[in-house]
Design a protein. Structure first.
Length: 429
């Protein structure tokens, strides 16, 4: 049965804006169940390993906060438990970053028997190839936890806002692993629009993106504010900050943040803020994962996807490549602390026919370069979602520079089969 073009376009639009878009596959299990754990990816002898440090176990009690360290080989599923992180008390809400195949675990906080919480100023270093802990590095100047942590140019680690003992702070602290020195970056504005704990972010090129988190106020309200910082590459301590509000559905607390084909992307987490035990600050009841992801194409266009069974309580994500990511541990529905390691593959292109099975690749998708490539020459038609023919030619590349940002339908005639997919054209953020 052949479908009219308008019906095909409408069908694709409905499916692709509502259906699950991450392909989720369990690839192994950590040697222990853990949540609120610092996570990063590194390569050992050419093999990709996802690493987990510190966190809280299934008791969700202060006594279950630990210093355990472990990894899972993404290719084989083999797990290894290492010696504990070299600190005196267990801690949660730390961050982990890989720079030149060493892992730096920064900050976090300890919970005492009387309920007191103490932010950490420690910087621990794990040597990936040797599988050993090195001596602690220079302490972070301002003790911090639940912060945004991201790497710039495989050289500097940016520690942005977060909680320090009694309040959110605006500081941007920058660590240089080569010199073992800290420097002070341009702080974010010291107000509730910028300062947060439990926000998550990434650095793409010379731009910092961070979203969500908990603001100061009654029961620490969650926020849907996006903050963007432009780093001066000649002086990377200089950052020009700006912000904007997204939609109320874009509240991300303790989510993972990554880059998908060069676009900032958030996934998992929750829309409500909660304490380390998974209980809401506002109601003292169990908070549930949001099962949401957000890919930010530009200031006016985002993809919001619902996926079943994404965890919350995340403190990092592993990046296999531009479209394949890895999460380790975290908290699932009804406060289930997990040891699952899941690989997430960005699901585009999708459509009525599976383009990959036809040995045709369309990339980069989404695109903001102005050119979309096909892996072979085909008869191609592109339509807007209103049915306007935008392009018709036998080609292996499509010039999209003059098109408005948005969603388009791609029809490819491959031998005797017609393939239908969606392409996304995005401008600058």
């Amino acid at each position: 049965m052949r479908l009219p073009l308008f019906f095909i376009v409408l069908l694709l639009f409905n499916c692709l804006t509502q259906a699950q878009n991450w392909i989720i596959e369990e690839v192994g299990k950590l040697p222990f169940k853990t949540s609120n754990n610092a996570v990063t990816l590194a390569y050992e002898k050419g093999q990709p390993l996802i690493y987990s440090f510190c966190g809280i176990d299934s008791t969700l009690d202060y006594g279950g906060i630990h210093l355990k360290a472990g990894s899972v080989n993404i290719n084989t599923g083999e797990s290894i438990q290492y010696g504990d992180v070299p600190d005196t008390l267990g801690k949660i809400a730390a961050g982990a970053s890989t720079v030149k195949n060493k892992i730096y675990i920064i900050g976090g906080y300890h919970v005492l028997a009387n309920g007191s919480e103490i932010s950490s100023n420690k910087v621990h270093c794990f040597h990936v190839e040797n599988e050993k802990w090195e001596a602690d590095r220079t302490n972070i100047p301002i003790a911090i936890d639940d912060h945004v942590q991201a790497v710039w140019q495989d050289s500097l680690i940016y520690v942005i806002t977060g909680w320090s003992d009694t309040k959110n702070v605006p500081n941007v602290q920058i660590y240089n692993p080569d010199s073992d020195l800290w420097s002070e970056g341009t702080s974010v504005p010291n107000n509730n629009q910028y300062t947060a704990f439990g926000a998550s972010g990434t650095i793409i090129g010379n731009t910092i993106y961070y979203l969500g988190g908990a603001s100061m106020g009654t029961n620490f309200p969650s926020t849907f504010r996006l903050r963007i910082g432009n780093i001066n590459p000649q002086n990377p301590t200089q950052i020009a900050w700006r912000d904007s509000l997204l939609t109320i559905s874009d509240k991300y607390y303790r989510a993972a943040c990554t880059s998908v084909s060069g676009f900032p992307t958030w996934l998992g987490g929750s829309s409500m803020t909660y304490n380390y035990n998974g209980l809401s600050y506002a109601t003292n009841t169990a908070v549930q994962p949001s099962n949401q992801s957000l890919l930010l194409l530009n200031s006016a266009l985002s993809l919001r996807i619902t996926n079943n069974n994404l965890p919350m309580d995340l403190r990092g994500i592993g990046e296999l490549n531009s479209t394949m990511k890895v999460i380790a541990g975290g908290m699932y529905a009804n406060r289930e602390v997990s040891n699952r390691v899941i690989k997430l593959t960005w699901g585009y292109p999708v459509g009525i026919e599976n383009i990959d099975q036809q040995k045709i690749t369309v990339y980069p998708n989404p695109t903001r370069t102005g050119i979309l490539y096909l892996s072979k020459k085909c008869d191609v038609k592109v339509y807007s979602l209103t049915g306007q023919l935008m392009y018709k030619e036998k080609t292996d590349q499509i010039n999209t520079r003059k098109w408005a940002s948005g969603l388009y339908t791609l029809l490819i005639q491959n031998d005797d089969r017609q393939l239908v997919s969606k392409i996304i054209v995005a401008g600058s953020l």
